[in-house]
Structures are given as structure tokens and as C-alpha cells.
Design a protein around this ligand. Structure first.
Ligand SMILES: [Zn+2]
Length: 187
């Protein structure tokens, strides 16, 4: 049961506008830049997304300056740095919606399914392999990887003194890099 259906609808509607538009619709005007510099940020959603250059959360959701608190890392995996960012935005900026955004054609997921990476990339592919287990279908593995991050966030902040979990939604979604659409992963 969603606690913030209006916020989810705002993202869905933003994606609808993105699909219909020829360019990004988020407000990045000097006026909103000045306003957010003066009054601070009040993002309505936290988004954990992949670093893939084709996955731009603000564009996908037609969000402008100050509206979205975004943490991007290849494969949208979580470590303590991402969790710290989420903790800050949920606990101090009072965001009530956290979205883990996977995407089709994710190179990090593919690398994990092909046996994992070398060097620092291994930290990412190991985390993805932990999430997907024996699954080798890229689409299903992508969803499992997103759900793993959703579960981690729910677990880590289940009893946090500054984050009211009874008001918080943590949801997963998969973005299609070919047609620009969004699929919510409902429980
Ligand atoms: Zn990716």
C-alpha cells in the first residue's frame, strides 16, 4: 500500500510529459535557480539510478532544479555512501519517496551476468551477482537487482530515529532506454 500515491503520480506524469516532448521539460530557469539557492532544496523524491549516460532521472521525470535528490552509480547498487545520501535526504530534507531506478540494456548487469568485472568494477558486479543469484536473463536480473536495493533501503531504515517509515515509500522501477517508458515494480 503506497503512502504517497501523489508523489508516484507526479513521477508518472513527468514521464508522460517526457515521452511526449522533444526536449527536457524540467524548470532550470534562472528564477528557480535563484529561488533554490536562497531558500534551499526541497526535493520531493530520492532517486537511485545507474550512471549510464542514457539514464537521466531529471529528464525522464521532467524534473527541474531542486526537485529530485539523485544518487547515481553504475548498476544502481548501494553501498554506505549511497545509503548516507539517502539518509540525509529522507531524514533532513524530508523526502518521502525513494525510487530505485534500473534500466534496460544495463552494462553493469550484463557484466555481472558474464562473470563479473575486474578492478574496482568487481565491487559493482559482485553486488549485482549477490542480488540476482542464478538468474541469467538480463531483464529479470535487472528487476532482481532493483528489488535487492529496495529491500536493502527498507531494511536499513526500518527503525531510524529521523526517518518516519510509516510515511515513506521505497519503490523500484525500470526505465526502457529505447522507448523512454517506465515500469513500476510493484510488490
Ligand atoms: Zn546501467
Amino acid at each position: 500500500m503506497l503512502k504517497n500515491p501523489d508523489l508516484i503520480e507526479r513521477l508518472t506524469e513527468g514521464n508522460r510529459r517526457f515521452l511526449a516532448a522533444e526536449q527536457s521539460l524540467g524548470d532550470v530557469s534562472p528564477a528557480v535557480r535563484r529561488h533554490t539557492a536562497e531558500h534551499g532544496q526541497a526535493p520531493f523524491a530520492i532517486v537511485v539510478a545507474c550512471s549510464d549516460a542514457r539514464v537521466m532521472p531529471e529528464s525522464i521525470f521532467s524534473a527541474g532544479l531542486g526537485e529530485m535528490f539523485v544518487s547515481r552509480v553504475a548498476g544502481n547498487v548501494l553501498d554506505d555512501h549511497q545509503l548516507g545520501s539517502i539518509e540525509y535526504a529522507a531524514g533532513h530534507l524530508h523526502c518521502r519517496l525513494i525510487v530505485v531506478l534500473g534500466h534496460t540494456g544495463c552494462g553493469a548487469v550484463s557484466a555481472a551476468l558474464s562473470g563479473g568485472g575486474d578492478g574496482f568494477i568487481k565491487y559493482i558486479t559482485d553486488e549485482i551477482l549477490l542480488a540476482v543469484g542464478d538468474e541469467r536473463d538480463p531483464g529479470r536480473a535487472c528487476c532482481l537487482n532493483v528489488r535487492h536495493a529496495v529491500d536493502t533501503i527498507r531494511r536499513e531504515f526500518a527503525a531510524h530515529p529521523e526517518i518516519p517509515t510509516e510515511e515513506l515509500d521505497v519503490v523500484g522501477a525500470v526505465y526502457d532506454i529505447a522507448d523512454g517508458s517506465l515500469k513500476w515494480l510493484t510488490d
